[in-house]
Design a protein around this ligand. Structure first.
Ligand code: GLV
Ligand code: MN
Ligand code: MN
Length: 417
């Protein structure tokens, strides 16, 4: 397709900017300080309704799977379609672009497809709960779709951060049919390929002066919790040598995780992002502490070695101080190589625009990790300012997203042959 010759990038950028601006308004976020929207809240419903209306206007048939992942297509069921999309939920302290810019860009691909008279067969997906902001489970909609959960987890273990009720209960209250969750996989039945566009969430593109990143691998990850049991006591009256203070194990483990991740190299990173201190009072030694481990990288052996070593370290560090540490795995996904043929088609479409681009890996997790299990998949990144993401200061340029839309459209057109 000679899409680069005909696409009006400025018009695309204006439309993308308007969508993003609208979806940052008060009807679409629970918080005024950040973008905060997650499954089964009214603001999330409004967001799905926004995309539904825009896609129906383009003649797409829009539906939702049994738990609420949005699916829109311009061909009847059974006919092959090419998949595009991302997620439109946000981190609890999120910005406007993570996920949402990917769905908006996919919508722009659908608009261009109609305007340019290309009539490419397309299916847009906006996955439920990519961020885990509702139930603490990342990639939940795509894991449900790929059957990477158990019914027991959906009925019992996955509980809402806000009120502790189960995922199942929440899904039913919102009018969905979680009992049919296994049917969710049929959304992939007709897909001949899948491309997700996303902000980079790091600063490789900015630092190298590239406008587009073509992702060939997505980093794998281990998510776990460490629970250290100590002995709660008086902060003033308890001498230093008579304490069983679990925060000391936290402190040692955070530093050891940093040391291990740096030593492992190869893109390995480790983060302690959640710390829960019980009882959490200034004048009391904690009796118990829970902290999370998020350990990732593109090389499975490297990051899973760090996960194993830091768990063993925490257990030893607790034992050395007369306490116990229990390490519980929450979730893990291996690093995901993406499809060469689709990455090559994107490469050719990017080259045709004359704009600077590179191939790279993704440090962040994406629903594409699940989709790629079944469907040849790739991702396109655009820069985000200073790499800041999962923060209200997140910033990205609609002009880059417009360029990504053109490249995705060109690649899909080429892949039809
Ligand atoms: C997803 O948002 C992630 O944390 O990678
Ligand atoms: Mn995202
Ligand atoms: Mn995110």
């Amino acid at each position: 397709m000679a899409a680069h010759a005909t696409v009006d990038r400025e018009r695309s950028a204006r439309r993308i900017e308007l969508d993003i601006e609208t979806l940052a308004g008060p009807d679409y976020t629970v918080s005024s300080e950040a973008i905060r929207r997650y499954a089964y809240t009214p603001v999330y419903r409004n967001t799905l309704d926004y995309f539904t209306a825009a896609l129906q206007e383009l003649g797409f048939t829009v539906s939702e799977d049994p738990v609420g992942t949005l699916i829109a297509r311009n061909r009847p069921p059974g006919q092959p379609v090419f998949g595009i999309g991302s997620h439109c939920d946000s981190n609890r302290n999120g910005g406007r672009y993570d996920g949402t810019m990917g769905v908006v860009t996919a919508l722009e691909v659908c608009r261009l497809n109609a305007e340019l008279g290309l009539d490419l067969p397309l299916q847009l997906i906006s996955f439920l709960e990519e961020e885990g902001s509702g139930f603490g489970q990342m990639l939940l909609g795509s894991r449900i779709m790929l059957q990477r959960v158990t019914e027991d987890e959906l009925r019992e273990s996955f509980r809402a951060i806000d009120d502790g009720r189960s995922f199942w209960e929440h899904a039913e209250s919102a009018g969905y049919e979680p009992a049919r969750w296994r049917e969710s996989i049929h959304a992939l039945d007709d897909l001949t390929g899948w491309i997700e566009m996303h902000i980079e969430q790091a600063r490789v593109l900015q630092d190298t002066g590239n406008r587009i990143g073509l992702v060939h691998t997505i980093a794998g990850y281990v998510h776990a919790d460490v629970i250290v049991e100590g002995r709660g006591d008086h902060a003033g009256a308890t001498p230093m040598d008579l304490r069983l203070d679990p925060t000391t194990v936290l402190a040692e483990t955070v530093l050891e995780l940093e040391r291990l991740a740096v030593a492992a190299g190869q893109g390995t990173v480790g983060t302690v992002g959640e710390i829960e201190v019980d009882p959490g009072l200034i004048n009391a030694i904690a009796s118990r502490i829970r902290f999370s481990l998020d350990i990732r990288g593109p090389v499975d052996d490297a990051y899973s070695g760090v996960a194993r070593d830091v768990a063993a370290f925490a257990e030893r560090a607790a034992a050395a101080r007369g306490m116990t540490a229990d390490v519980r795995q929450r979730q893990t996904l291996p690093a995901t190589p993406l499809d060469d043929r689709i990455v090559d088609a994107l490469d050719a479409a990017a080259a045709a625009t004359g704009e600077p681009y590179i191939r790279m890996h993704s440090g962040a997790a994406h629903d594409t990790m699940c989709v790629a299990d079944r469907v040849p998949s790739a991702m396109v990144f655009v820069p985000c300012k200073d790499g800041i993401s999962h923060h209200p200061d997140e910033d990205a340029n609609p002009a880059d997203a417009a360029l990504a839309a053109e490249i995705i459209l060109g690649a899909i057109a080429a892949l039809q042959d």
